[in-house]
Design a protein around this ligand. Structure first.
Ligand SMILES: [Zn+2]
Length: 432
């Protein structure tokens, strides 16, 4: 790779990273021990923060969860005096009160730093101009993009989400070279630019998008319609300052995350035991620098895996895969953990199939479990291919899931259209 000298991304050896992680972890525990809420969590788990001697001891620490944030509303897990809090951000909870997270001055600076690092890794410099198309306000996204961009020295255009017409006008007038948006907003913009023949009037070179899963097809469509040289997937969540905890580089082999700021573990969401690198499970994060709200083995309920290799770009920051779904959607079938994302991924290999599927779990008279996957044929595909498709898809699934699955193919548009995973999985095992 071409050797970059980064301003904000540290060049650390494995030993230096491990050293920073251990000292950051000890500091984090010391800070958390001043919070009444954490004191309670530690006491309940019978854990004494001073017992932590090495990074291996991390797995002895209690897990924390979104419930801990709800319980401590409005300033949960606060581990500094209230006078040290300079900002709050919030994200909507699907049920009940929103999650509010507090920030000290240093936290806002670390937040800007992690965003600036992402921009650097995406190849941006102070000569670039960033147009921000994510929301400002209580959300972390807009302000995170803004402060990270200013920290790197880019001219920053804070348009916010929506308002496609204003975005198009300013792209022409101010010539932004990078656009920060959700993947669906990026696609919307790309289609608008194509429709109005504006590709030659704008100067976009890069796209940074996050917060929604994006297919390879979608990435290619966005890149070609806008004439981009690169697009990048950014990771993050309000609990981890906001966006910017991870991003992919030009090699797209995974998302590099800032291992001097966070330790990421992958656990089995059922047994809660840590899983080896490469295996899919739930991401659990521990912060190393956060002051106001340190995170200790916080369950994100996001599914991913650690990439068990170093990136070809040469940067020594570990990688995780993109988010593959929510751990709450996990199915246990014949003792194997299965995630709906694995069905989606297997089906995507077959252009003759539509994207819709349904899973039915049953138990026969010998108490043996069966899983039937019904997939829709593509809109204009012939039934003649069904037998061969069924066989090939069953083989692909057996390889990735390691359990026997019956595959059925049905006509296009016969399965219920739904965004809810729960409706895609029909579990009849308890009744049988
Ligand atoms: Zn890389």
């Amino acid at each position: 790779m071409e050797k970059h000298t980064f301003r904000f991304i540290p060049n650390l050896s494995d030993e230096e990273l491990a050293h920073l992680q251990l000292s950051g972890l000890k500091e984090t525990l010391k800070r958390a021990a001043t919070s009444p809420q954490y004191q309670e969590i530690f006491a309940k788990a019978g854990f004494n923060p001073s017992d932590l001697k090495s990074l291996d001891d991390l797995k002895k620490l209690p897990l924390t969860d979104v419930e801990d944030l709800r319980r401590g509303y409005p300033l949960p897990l606060l581990s500094v005096p209230t006078k040290d809090v300079v900002r709050i951000h919030a994200s909507s909870g699907t049920t009940g009160k929103r999650k509010i997270l507090a920030y000290t001055q240093k936290d806002t600076e670390t937040f800007a730093l992690q965003m600036a690092r992402c921009f650097e890794l995406a190849g941006l410099t102070e000569d670039d101009r960033l147009q921000v198309a994510v929301g400002y306000g209580l959300w972390t996204a807009g302000i995170g993009f803004q402060l990270g961009s200013e920290k790197l020295g880019m001219l920053t255009i804070p348009v916010g989400s929506g308002n496609l017409e204003m975005h198009l006008q300013l792209l022409e007038d101010l010539g932004a070279s990078c656009f920060g948006a959700t993947a669906s907003m990026a696609l919307l913009l790309a289609e608008e630019v194509e429709r109005h023949g504006l590709k030659d009037k704008i100067k976009l070179k890069r796209m940074i998008s996050g917060s929604e899963p994006r297919s390879e097809k979608m990435r290619q469509a966005i890149e070609s319609k806008l004439g981009l040289i690169g697009s990048y997937d950014i990771g993050g969540m309000t609990e981890m300052y906001g966006p910017g905890t991870s991003i992919d580089c030009d090699y797209h082999e995974g998302l590099h995350y800032w291992a001097d700021l966070f330790i990421i573990e992958i656990i089995d969401p059922e047994t809660l035991e840590p899983l080896p690198a490469g295996e899919i499970g739930e991401m659990v994060v521990t912060s190393l620098q956060k002051e106001a709200v340190p995170l200790i083995r916080y369950r994100t309920h996001d599914l991913s895996r650690l990439i068990p290799k170093k990136c070809s770009c040469g940067l020594n920051m570990p990688m995780h895969d993109s988010i593959l779904g929510r751990s709450d959607d996990m199915i246990i079938y014949r003792g194997v953990n299965i995630y709906p994302g694995q069905f989606t991924a297997a089906i995507a290999n077959y252009p003759e199939l539509g994207g819709e599927y349904q899973v039915e779990l049953t138990r026969d008279e010998h108490a043996l479990e069966h899983l039937k996957l019904t997939v829709e044929r593509g809109q204009h595909e012939s039934k003649d291919l069904d037998d061969s498709l069924k066989e090939r898809l069953a083989r692909t699934l057996h390889k990735s899931i390691l359990a026997r699955i019956d595959v059925a193919i049905t006509d296009y548009s016969t399965l219920p259209r739904t965004f809810s995973k729960s409706k895609r999985v029909v579990d009849k095992r308890e009744l049988g």
